[in-house]
Design a protein around this ligand. Structure first.
Ligand code: DP6
Length: 326
């Protein structure tokens, strides 16, 4: 009962922010993302009757803080498989975990796939997405590669809230330049930030109301490879998400000075004719999405922004891959 899986991080172009039900991680809105090639989590699981508790090793270190969330998640799979066996989970990220680079998305997608394979659950990709969602919402999207849409769904049991491929990565081989402006762990995690926004921000309802129109614009822009249109709607979604969080009480501020400088740098490049736009998740790193020809200039411009510590360039990635080892 052991298996290994690799899943990649994703970044949302139309954001997930807010939940319609907390226990099952059901989103208040649908969202749309790209899966990244260069940021991967590799996870090995081994169910072992001799273990008394679940054991979680992250990047070479036993992690008791992560073990609670991982155990609760694995209980969902154990329940389905009708077993109580404890498990050892060994997981590596090839990128800085604390830097707010969506490690929970790739982490729970890899864990869901590895554990389902080890338990021989034989789940469809949609069912795996539903499962990964319960570990971390954005993990629902990392099951798939390329351009991915996660449906809000209507049902209370969450069976219709899964992700699927909108277009494969070959459809439009965009590049992503990630500007790391801070390596310390973030102050407010995404789960807490969205809860605070939902309960206290006067802009939260407006955020939810605009989502269907943004999703429709983004889908059309991606399917017709219309860069200007995608740039416009993706920056709109990102800034609206952050505006709703900034208007919470107390306000949730994810940016630092370098994040803001990097935003201006991207806007300056775009007004000079370069095909590039930015997006920012629940942390201070900026991700610039660009056409391949623009990537070297975008990388150099972002590396020169004071406060940018490191720049990572990557393309679009594939969905989760699994190997079972008897
Ligand atoms: C800002 O998936 O980390 O990155 O479901 O509570 O685990 P939980 O939240 P998480 O939230 C991601 C929020 C975001 C936007 C996005 O990825 O769509």
């Amino acid at each position: 009962m052991q298996a290994e899986a690799t899943a990649r991080a994703n970044i949302a172009l139309i954001k997930y922010w807010g939940k319609r039900a907390r226990a099952l991680n059901l989103p208040a809105v649908g969202s749309l993302s790209i899966t990244l090639d260069g940021l991967a989590t590799q996870t090995a699981v081994r169910f072992d009757a001799a273990l008394e508790t679940d054991r979680v090793v992250l990047n070479g270190r036993e992690d008791e803080a992560a073990a609670g969330r991982v155990s609760r998640f694995l209980d969902l799979l154990r329940e389905r498989a009708g077993v109580k066996t404890r498990v050892e989970v060994i997981s590596h990220n090839n990128f800085p975990t604390a830097a707010g680079l969506a490690s929970s998305a790739s982490g729970f997608a890899a864990l869901a796939a590895a554990a389902a394979t080890a338990l021989k659950l034989d789940l469809s990709p949609e069912a795996l997405s539903v499962l990964a969602r319960q570990g971390s919402g954005s993990a629902a999207r990392s099951i798939f590669g390329g351009f991915v849409e996660w449906h809000r769904g209507e049902r209370d049991d969450g069976a219709d809230s899964f992700a699927e491929v909108l277009a494969p990565r070959e459809h439009w081989p965009l590049q992503v330049v990630i500007a790391i402006t801070e390596t310390a762990p973030k102050g407010t995690g995404s789960t807490d930030g969205m809860t605070q926004t939902e309960f206290t921000s006067p802009y939260f309802d407006a955020w939810v109301d605009g989502q269907e129109a943004d999703l429709a614009d983004a889908r059309a822009a991606i399917l017709s490879r219309d860069f200007e249109k995608l740039a416009d709607v993706a920056e709109f979604s990102c800034l609206k998400m952050h505006a709703s969080a900034l208007a919470a009480r107390p306000g949730v501020i994810y940016w630092n000075g370098a994040t803001l400088e990097a935003m201006h740098t991207v806007r300056t490049l775009r007004s000079g004719g370069m095909q590039v736009f930015f997006t920012i998740d629940a942390g201070p790193q900026l991700k610039a999405i660009c056409e391949p020809a623009a990537a070297p200039s975008v990388r150099d411009a972002l590396a020169a922004v004071p406060g940018v510590r490191e720049v990572i360039v990557t393309g679009l990635g594939e969905g989760v891959t699994t190997r079972s080892s008897e």
